[in-house]
Design a protein around this ligand. Structure first.
Ligand code: GN1
Ligand code: MG
Length: 364
């Protein structure tokens, strides 16, 4: 790997010697490395080198163009903010590829990230960061963006694909996943509510982040202050519920997303409230009543949708998500299912919390 990272650094015109590197395990699709460079002047500097997963992102050049435009737009509205800065190759591109990878290189921002988190002030700030991100893009023209993964949060499509792949069962794994499959199919209509209402013309299309895991917010080291929203690979037209729901299913679960302890999985309502506060403080005034009404339900939809995606990948032999062991995607699917089940039990409370926050910030 060292040699490959040396070539990547060279391609992006980084001068100096590669001292050290470390693979960062946070993401589930791209491969990410911190590289530490000894510069010719004797100083040390770290960068992030990332190999984009081209099975997931079929057109990575378009991904980079989207990121450029979105970053530029945000910078124009929030000058001086902390942001990822992509380095250029000699021929002024923000990417470089060879026979085994599509690479990009950006600045390392000293920061902390969190996965599951019960520090409520921190969670509220994460909600604020994603809410602000949404608002900064409210005047961004969606026509200026490529759809990097078509139908990314079309829950109906995800379900159709799951059902078809389970029927084809190319790896002989369907039998061992029958209970999960049956349960997911039994809640299909509830899970697809957001998609169906959008298709019925009842929800506005916005420009959304679409991958709002809480570990995509960087916090100032040792503080609870959010300094940047990262991972802009899937910024695309979407619904506000996609961002709210995906953030909750990642941040408000009592356990990590791939925990085998399904009996402990569930929605932490205190975390749910804190995130809602932060998010709605920034967005409530701009959202329609219908969008607000659907926020709590969108958490269920996003948990079920991701369960369907993990299960589908398991059935196909794990081509999409990185896995550490053969059952990893099945374990992930089970955990999202347990979370989705618990959300259903607490849906009335979740609705009440969202409406209370929205009312507060719509008046303010
Ligand atoms: C992937 O790569 P990462 O970890 O940011 C996935 C998300 C899933 C998430 C689940 C492009 O995100 O949609 O919610 O894993 N990203 C893509 O952990 O599919
Ligand atoms: Mg991502």
């Amino acid at each position: 790997m060292r040699e490959k990272l040396e070539r990547v650094c060279k391609a992006f015109c980084i001068e100096g010697e590669l001292l050290d590197y470390e693979e960062l395990k946070a993401g589930n699709v791209n491969r990410t490395y911190r590289v530490d460079i000894l510069r010719p002047d004797g100083g040390r500097k770290s960068y992030i080198a990332q190999a984009v997963n081209t099975y997931v992102f079929k057109n990575p050049v378009q991904v980079m163009e989207n990121i450029d435009r979105v970053t530029e737009h945000i910078r124009s509205k929030k000058p001086g903010g902390v942001a990822l800065h992509f380095y250029h190759t000699r021929d002024r591109r923000t990417y470089w590829f060879d026979e085994d990878g599509f690479w990009r290189l950006f600045n390392f921002i000293p920061s902390e990230t969190h996965t599951v988190c019960d520090d409520l002030a921190l969670v509220e700030n994460a909600g604020g960061a994603f809410g602000e991100f949404q608002m900064l893009l409210s005047d961004f023209d969606a026509a200026d963006l490529y759809e990097t993964i078509p139908q990314f949060h079309n829950t109906r499509r995800r379900y159709e694909k799951l059902a078809a792949d389970a029927a084809a069962d190319p790896c002989g794994r369907a039998e061992g996943a029958q209970a999960e499959l049956d349960w997911l199919l039994s809640v299909e209509d509830a899970a697809c509510a957001l998609t169906d209402l959008y298709e019925a013309g009842q929800l506005p299309l916005r420009v959304t982040h679409n991958d709002t895991k809480i570990n995509n917010v960087l916090f100032a080291p040792g503080e609870r202050r959010a300094i940047a929203v990262i991972d802009l690979d899937t910024v695309m037209p979407g619904l506000v519920g996609h961002d709210f729901g995906d953030a909750i299913r990642s941040a408000a679960n009592f356990v990590e997303e791939d925990s085998p302890e399904t009996e402990r999985a569930g929605v932490n309502l205190a975390v749910f409230r804190a995130f809602s506060e932060g998010f709605l403080k920034k967005t409530a005034a701009a959202l329609t009543e219908r969008e607000i009404d659907l926020l709590a339900g969108s958490c269920f939809s996003l948990a079920a949708e991701l369960a369907a995606r993990f299960l589908d990948d398991y059935l196909l032999g794990d081509p999409y998500f990185k896995t550490d062991y053969p059952e990893h995607n099945l374990v992930r699917a089970r955990c999202q299912i347990a979370l989705a089940k618990d959300m259903r039990l607490h849906m009335a409370e979740m609705e009440e919390i969202v409406h209370a926050c929205a009312a507060k910030y719509r008046r303010a």
